[in-house]
Design a protein. Structure first.
Lengths: 183, 183
DNA sequence: CTCATATGAGACAACTTAGTCTCACATGAG
DNA sequence: CTCATGTGAGACTAAGTTGTCTCATATGAG
């Protein structure tokens, strides 16, 4: 199933022949476990979400100081980059009601860590949480892609991403710092 | 052709029937202008790149101070979100040698703006340029998606993205500031 | 009006893919 | 060994997609 997720992450329109070959099994065997392509994608998506959820749960981030939790969070998620890519890139998944629950659980778990960091003053409070979440997701994806392409050392990924997320690429002090710059 | 780009951005595996319908023409007419699906995708990709290039050229960012150029850059690119999504999401495009030249021109133009900002001290200098570029692209994509989903006001997008890119979400001063934190 | 041109609708064949089924083979328990 | 179980290979059908073609129609120039 992880092979399926990987195959679909590489090419969302991969045929079942491709998936079977990349999983090292026959196409018939694939059909014995998943009655249809749709079911395979759904199950692989669900599996990816469950794996992510367990990976998150296992780290018990709530025991860490919020800024440490943030950095260790990106470190914990980077190895799951291909699963994340699969979940983000396969369009059939986004409109799959049966995954909504699992997706909500993962999102909520991530959000809890982000919001705690925000509430405890590590992250600024004047931005909508949706933007915070979208930014985190996008940077995580960028980091994984960079590692996969060899542009970023795997061991640097967590630290680099953490630093970019917190401080961006600018050199100066945060201009307005409290509020959006008055125009 | 912009309709084709939009259709493929929504669903990279859209059939020619879908594309034709979303463009408001018959499938036969589509074939009269593009002899094959492959050619259609290639031409639409090339068109998107050319449009992006011209949009960038028209703004003459080199006339602006680097930090102003950065903010106006994200403002200039946000309206082209669907073209960007098309270029990023359609996997056939990434392995299309005939687009390499145009892609390189666009990338080079973006990079020039980013690197100028870096060289003049607006952006920090201790990060690989590939990471700078990947981050910019990812945040741009995130901003466009947020706007499309209604999570972010279109008028705030450029300012928000610019601020996030420069200063991130953290509240504190950039910890190490000159070098990677010693471990 | 007349005619050239462009278009949409639809028929058609070739190809790919999904899903089902059968058969031969390997493996492991008894 | 014997047999049940799981697997891979391959045949087969149904459906969808692509690419080509024909024909009727609309539009605009002359």
């Amino acid at each position: 199933m992880s092979a399926a997720a990987r195959a679909f992450a590489v090419d969302p329109s991969a045929s079942l022949v491709d998936v079977a070959r990349s999983a090292g099994v026959g196409r018939a065997t694939l059909h014995r476990y998943f009655s249809s392509r749709e079911e395979l994608i759904r199950e692989a998506g669900l599996d990816s979400l469950v794996q992510l959820e367990q990976a998150l749960k296992a780290h018990r981030f709530e025991r860490l100081a919020p800024d440490v939790a943030l950095e260790s969070l990106v470190g914990a998620l980077t190895p799951w980059g291909d699963r994340l890519r699969f979940l983000l890139v396969v369009s059939e998944l986004s409109q799959e009601p049966s995954l909504k629950a699992a997706e909500a659980r993962v999102d909520e778990q991530l959000m809890r860590i982000l919001l705690r960091a925000r509430d405890e003053g590590v992250l600024r409070q004047d931005l909508p949480s949706a933007w915070l979440f979208a930014t985190f997701e996008a940077l995580l994806y960028a980091a994984w892609t960079s590692v996969a392409q060899g542009d970023l050392a795997a061991n640097d990924a967590a630290r680099t991403l953490h630093e970019t997320l917190l401080h961006g690429h600018g050199t100066g002090r945060p201009a307005g710092s409290k509020k959006a710059r008055p125009r």
